[in-house]
Write a protein that binds this ligand. Sequence first.
Ligand code: PLP
Length: 494
Amino acid sequence: MITRVLGARSLSRDLGNWQDEPGRRSAARPAYRALADGIRLLVHDGRIPLGVALPSERELASVLELSRTTITSSYAVLRDEGYLTSRQGSRSTVTLPSSARANGLMFRAHQPGPGADVVDLSYAAMAAPAQEVQAAYEAALRALPAYLPTHGMEPVGVDSLREVVAQRYTARGLATSPDQIMITSGAQHALRLILSVMTSPGERVLVDHPTYPNALEAIRRVGARPVPVPVRPESGGGGAWDLDGIRSAARQTAARMAYLIPDFHNPTGLCLDGPGRAELTHIARDTRMLLVVDETMVDLWLDEPSPGPVASYGRSAAKTEVVTIGSTAKSFWGGLRVGWVRADPALITRLVGARAAVDLGTPVMDQLAAADLLSRDDAVLDRRRHELREQRTALLTALADRLPDWEPTVGSGGLSLWLRMPAPVSTALAASAPNFGVLLAAGPRFGVEGAFERFVRIPYARSSDELRRGVDAVAAAYETLALDRRQTEPSLVV
Ligand SMILES: Cc1ncc(COP(=O)(O)O)c(C=O)c1O
């Protein structure tokens, strides 16, 4: 089995000021303890993926300018606590102790009773712009007679929609013809089709960490293995993607594919900058890795628009290494169930072939309605962005008021805030939240194997009033939980 090895420089960067952990007097803690504490925190926060090997003691000692004995002692502490496992003849790899994995199971989940006034913050999706969607279906009904003489099954999609989607890419600086577009029943369906054609069981797929939970599920369902590469909000918006980490993970695991969300990433809302996009395409080409870029959120820019499709940054002769998937779900309405793939026509043909095993096409009415929405001017999107900006401000204000020690990542778009809590209680919080009138998605859903217990995603896709009520309820749930933990676990370290 191939073991990924974490670079000493990358670990050192993530550790930051590991000797000055807030609330702890460095003099009271020997360096090996402080280092073990720092590494343990990174494991819990998903920064050090499970299953990777830590840098060699010699290498880390040299980068951190410490004695080798200090590193040996740190690793020994981590091993004793269950954060490192060693197999005979191979390097120690990172794991979680079983007590940490069971963390959330201490709390029972309760469903709200009938009629309960519950704020659902577990979904990052807006209601439809009702008038426009209704008008789009009326237009679709008028266009429908032209399709009735045919059998109506269009696995590649109806021409009018493929043309509109292609035009939108061309307008964004990525020349596209309709034969590069396949219409799917949403972006999730598109990803599943790509995975089934491009990966075999056991193959590695790089993913942002955190990432969209249903993508992780799709990767696992085809028997492929997600390889997490940390997204680091503190590196500053566009710089949050660890491109060195992506390159070395691609090399070390010989990953077949990467699935990334560089446009207003779910859950952080971050957006990769232009130079980062260019570098990504180089990495994909150099490592012969297919780059699947999920642009589902691309229209939901709140501070500034995306710097353009990743595929437009590749060298023209080599653009085929980037496959782009898109959707009407976030821009307009999830109920449309219309998405697409933009790829080389040869890959489109293979995807259409694979589709027959699953379904025979997206309903024609929904495709026609999507074509109508996508070809209107941007007034609907402007309005939705405006609403989201106001709601994001309302959420941030409520959080600053009720949960001031939670640290939000504020991306430049998207639908949610990714929040770091002082205590690693995310699963327990999501489990007890319904008792307080709110539904939440726990941080670990966005990660691989138990990471992100200290994080929670809160979408701002609800009205400002609902968000304020939701945050009140989350704060009440958190206070109870934090109190419980203070009483039962006075020596909690992470
Ligand atoms: C990043 C991302 N990709 C894909 C999807 C699913 O899109 P669709 O509804 O088009 O299948 C979502 C929905 O939340 C998402 O956030």
